[in-house]
Write a protein that binds this ligand. Structure first.
Ligand code: HEM
Length: 121
């Protein structure tokens, strides 16, 4: 009985250890791979942003970050006229005030990371 307990404990420990080692191997980047933090992205100039100034190709500068909001615009709750004039521009102030002196919600802030394409050059 004691032998059975010891051997089943051993098998359990080996199985857990095996899963742990394989999970480490799965998440490790390939040797020599360049790992860039997601928040860094590429550097984008204001001049490049200015080219993306239509509702279907809409980039905006918010603070020190650049966002491609083309796919988000149809989902934005306000009248399109409120947001589309900011395509291709620095919309930091407009975003912070919703042009009405009221900030966006933390939920709105949380959406931003999905659309970030880089930092402002
Ligand atoms: C840059 C110019 C922008 C302007 C002028 C603007 C303005 C507005 C306005 C007028 C409303 C509706 C009325 C209100 O809630 O008070 C609104 C709501 C909202 N906007 Fe924007 N918006 C902008 C950009 C964005 C961006 C980039 C996002 C997210 C990616 C966003 C997400 C939302 C959300 C989630 C709401 C619902 C209310 C809230 O959660 O605050 N907006 N915005």
């Amino acid at each position: 009985m004691r032998k059975l307990l010891v051997s089943s404990t051993l098998v359990f420990c080996l199985a857990v250890g095996g899963f742990w080692v394989s999970s480490l191997l799965r998440t490790a980047p390939p040797a020599g791979a360049k790992v860039e933090p997601a928040a860094v992205g590429r550097q984008v100039s204001a001049a490049e942003v200015a080219h993306h100034n239509s509702p279907t190709d809409c980039w905006m500068i918010l603070g020190r970050d650049v966002f491609d909001l083309s796919t988000y615009l149809p989902q934005h709750t306000s009248d399109p006229d409120v947001i589309t004039p900011w395509c291709g521009k620095d919309a930091s102030e407009a975003y912070l005030t919703k042009t009405k002196g009221r900030p966006h919600s933390p939920y709105a802030d949380s959406l931003l990371s999905k659309y970030r394409i880089g930092g402002l050059q």
